[in-house]
Design a protein around this ligand. Structure first.
Ligand code: ADP
Ligand code: MG
Length: 678
């Protein structure tokens, strides 16, 4: 067995009990231990003379214990030990709470390093519960994320012991020498030693840069491999001409960007290699029709197409949209969890015998008892909600079907390299003609009366509006709740108007009814939660009011706002927020200023950081240990270039010298469970 794979119990100082604790931190092997990086460092490199200490600051003092530790006083349930330390410049009092072990360690007349917050009491300096180290301890001590029962000192020792094992056997480097030279990267061993126990902060930075590069490099190699792996040969070929009748029947003229995206797909269908394409386009840019053209071409060529949406409402709506675009020429079958058992059975039967040519559904399409007769194309809409794994599961349902992914969340391009690095990309960066800018206003609730008057004006003109609330029901918070607002508004302010309610806790049937009523104009004002965020298309709705707007992410607000401005009427979005502070208003201002989803995504990422940008796991963002997707964009670009070179030369990393790289790729993708790599 390679050292890296050895169980932590082989590490000196680790028994069964410690192994259990380490497991809680995700450390099970020697590899895990040496790659468990500190989150910070304590600086023991610069000691401050006691006389120059500043109360309130954290400092390191090199001092001699001046008298035996007095001890064992119990006060308010705490055992208190005291002593005095001097370094010749002044004296400092030490107080230790509840730490008999530390109290016993300190010997009169010996020198130690004391690290902690300095206070000044009764005219003398004081430190309580300092970190104490021997005078020859390293200059910078690592601070690790810990778990109860394991101290930092213990973990640090374990990691050092693991490093000793590692350094004996794992002398190679997963980054080729020429790449290390080109990008001025330290050797792997140097990096690991200096990330855990650096002599200087400069060494730590050099180590850190190397490890960040390494992580992104490994990630990009994995993505490049996935991309190649996904290039399956496929028997499914479709002539581009098959889409022509559909394109000619459209009630509107396609935008240039839509046309290009459709051409990209149609070309992919002719190559004999399965398509793996992402259509990235802002809300309202008209992605559905691109999917429709592809599904139509498939159907005309005798293949089935499947379109998967993240919610039932959206699936239903897509089914309707597609059916109206296809007219009588292609039947559309809906399969969602909300159908009756009988309806489901019939749908599945049609899918299995091939009479269902275009199938629209939710995750239900992923269940094992759905079998396609001749699946040619799989479309997933709003891909950021599906993991890479789910995407490929649907692909497995046929014989190397073409795959089309549509994302409505414009994400910064650099991030899309990571999330969608395994796909080809067509960007729809143009809105249909005649689309007007959605005028957006950020106001506080003192404007409420005026806003409601404005809503009425729109409704009176025969148009429709949304009011979006962050909560479903009134709870502990004082946030606006859809259920309450709908009730109050329909009984008071909007008595006499047709007010509807839509939220995620309603039954699928009820939701569908409400959506249908709203689409038909029977509901004028729809009070809703963010269930309407995705995909709902009612062109007659021209106004959206968002309550507690500060509660939403920028991209989410942009997505919500995309529910209006879908027809030819002038549209509005009003963001109500009483949140105080610069940051909150800055965020909402960004939305008022631009309608460009990519610009908003960039702002969102900048203001919130990638962790919050969209709850990372849900959206298939990889969990990284040391790289930061926002800070390390430049390194990402370098790592990407380097990875492409390596993978072009050795696509499957089969070469002996790539053993370690391949191993690292497999580990990273295993850790990110939903990123399948075979
Ligand atoms: P999204 O990209 O957000 O999924 P949709 O596909 O739902 O956008 O399209 C939004 C609206 O724009 C729909 O009502 C659709 O019929 C309309 N649309 C799409 N393309 C065009 C076009 N080229 N010209 C005019 N309207 C279009
Ligand atoms: Mg859409």
């Amino acid at each position: 067995m390679r050292t890296r794979d050895m169980n932590v119990q082989y590490i000196k100082g680790v028994g069964e009990k410690r192994a259990q604790l380490l497991k809680k931190l995700g450390i099970e092997t020697v590899w895990d231990a040496v790659h468990y990086y500190p989150r910070a460092y304590l600086d023991f490199s610069v000691c401050t003379p006691i006389a120059q200490l500043t109360p309130g600051e954290t400092a390191c003092v090199r001092g001699i214990v001046g008298c035996p530790v007095s001890g064992g006083m119990v006060k308010q349930g705490m055992t208190i030990y005291k002593t005095v330390v001097t370094d010749g410049s002044d004296v400092m009092h030490l107080t230790i709470f509840n730490n008999k072990f530390l109290a016993q360690r300190l010997e009169e007349g010996e020198t130690y390093l004391f690290y902690g917050k300095v206070t000044r009491q009764y005219g003398s300096f004081e430190m309580s519960n300092p970190m104490v180290e021997a005078p020859d301890a390293g200059s910078f001590l690592p601070v690790y994320p810990l778990t109860a029962g394991l101290t930092g000192r213990q973990l640090s020792t374990i990691i050092q012991n693991a490093l000793t094992l590692w350094a004996k056997d794992e002398t190679g480097d997963l980054i080729d020498t020429d790449i290390r030279q080109e990008y001025k990267l330290a050797h792997a061993l140097f990096a690991l030693k200096n990330i855990h126990a650096p002599e200087t902060m400069h060494d730590m930075e050099v180590a850190r840069r190397r490890l960040i590069f390494e992580e992104l490099f490994v990630l990009q190699c994995g993505m490049a491999m996935l991309k190649r792996e996904n290039r399956l040969k496929t028997p499914i070929r479709v002539k581009s001409a098959a889409a022509q009748p559909f394109l000619q029947s459209l009630p509107f003229e396609l935008t240039g960007a839509q046309r290009r995206a459709i051409d990209d797909c149609l070309k992919d269908f002719t190559t004999g290699e399965a398509m793996n394409r992402l259509i990235q386009g802002d809300v309202g840019s008209g992605k559905t029709v691109v999917a429709a053209a592809c599904l139509y071409a498939m159907a005309q060529s005798g293949y089935q197409g499947a379109m998967m949406a993240p919610t039932e409402i959206l699936a239903k709506q897509h089914a309707q949209t597609l059916q109206s675009l296809f007219g009588d020429s292609v039947p559309v079958t809906l399969l969602t969890g909300g159908l009756t058992a009988k309806q489901k059975r019939i749908a599945k039967q049609h899918i299995a015998d091939g009479t269902a040519q275009v199938v629209v559904g939710t995750h239900a399409l992923l269940t094992e008892d759905v079998t396609f007769a001749r699946l040619g194309l799989v479309v997933t809409d709003e891909q950021h909600r599906f993991g890479v794994r789910q995407r490929s599961t649907l692909g497995e349902k046929g014989d190397a079907p073409h795959i089309l992914v549509m994302s409505a969340t414009p994400i910064p391009r650099t991030l899309s390299l990571i999330i969608y690095g395994d796909l080809d990309v067509s960007v729809i960066d143009e809105l249909p003609k005649g689309r007007q800018k959605i005028s957006t206003y950020a106001v506080d609730s003192s404007y409420r009366a005026r806003i409601y008057a404005f809503v009425k004006k729109q409704l009176d003109a025969g148009l429709q509006a949304y009011i979006v609330c962050p909560a479903v029901e009134e709870g502990e918070t004082d946030l606006h709740a859809a259920v309450t607002d709908a009730k109050v508004l329909s009984e008071e302010t909007f008595a006499g108007y047709r007010v509807g309610l839509l939220h995620g806790k309603m039954k699928p049937k009820e939701k569908q009814k409400v959506m249908a009523d709203f689409a038909a104009g029977d509901i004028q004002l729809l009070v809703a939660t963010t269930v309407i965020e995705v995909g709902i298309d009612v062109p007659n709705a021209v106004l959206m009011v968002v309550e507690n707007a500060e509660r939403f992410g920028l991209s989410q607000l942009h997505q919500l706002r995309g529910r209006v401005g879908r027809g030819s009427e002038k549209s509005y979005c009003v963001l109500i927020s009483d949140a105080e502070g610069e940051a909150a208003s800055q965020r909402l201002e960004a939305l008022c200023k631009t309608n460009d989803g990519f610009a908003i995504a960039d702002a969102d990422l900048r203001l919130r950081g990638p962790g919050d940008f969209f709850g990372a796991r849900q959206h298939g963002l990889p969990q990284l240990q040391i790289a930061d997707l926002l800070q390390d964009m430049d390194t990402l670009r370098e790592a990407r270039a380097a990875s492409q070179r390596v993978i072009a030369a050795d696509p499957l990393l089969k070469a002996e010298e790539h053993y370690q790289l391949k191993d690292a790729v497999v580990r990273l993708f295993r850790r990110n469970g939903d990123m399948a790599l075979n």
